[in-house]
Ligand binder design. Structure first.
Ligand code: THU
Length: 142
């Protein structure tokens, strides 16, 4: 079923193919002037809303924010609190997994969500956050 477009560029009722497609679309907005490495992400909330993100680089390199964190921060700032999955897309042969900083943020706010990895042609695999971030430092320790 084709996803319905909702206000603010979000979509509802999304299957894996549509989620990956949303991440591919978001990747086109990437600001990757320095690395040339464009990434897109699409985060699905528990109610089926999809919120996208792309990486945003800066001349002060350390200020760069990855696509996954942009998507999560957009979602949180719009009031979303429960998440199911995130799709991550880059133009690489092998899938690009979230970096360490993104894993920490995804775990903090998404918990053990599914992470779908894809490139421009295929969906390469699916992982749980608990497998990508074993022995996490989180609020349970504070
Ligand atoms: N990047 C992401 O956006 N997500 C990832 O999962 C890996 C890395 C970005 C950060 C930077 O703009 C570029 O890719 C190269 O590291």
């Amino acid at each position: 079923m084709a996803p319905r477009q909702a206000a603010g560029g979000t979509r509802r009722g999304t299957g894996t193919a549509a989620l990956v497609s949303a991440a591919r679309g978001a990747r086109k907005h990437a600001h990757a002037h320095f690395s040339g490495f464009k990434v897109g992400a699409a985060l699905e909330t528990e109610d089926g809303t999809v919120i996208t993100g792309c990486n945003i680089e800066n001349a002060s390199y350390g200020l760069t924010v990855c696509a996954e964190r942009v998507a999560m921060f957009k979602a949180l700032s719009e009031g979303h609190r429960r998440f199911r999955r995130i799709a991550v897309v880059a133009d690489t042969q092998e899938p690009t997994p979230p970096c360490g900083a993104c894993r920490q943020i995804l775990w903090e706010y998404g918990g053990d969500i599914e992470v779908v990895l894809a490139n421009l042609r295929r969906t390469a695999g699916s992982y749980r956050m608990a497998a990508l971030l074993p022995l996490p430092f989180d609020r349970a320790l504070l």
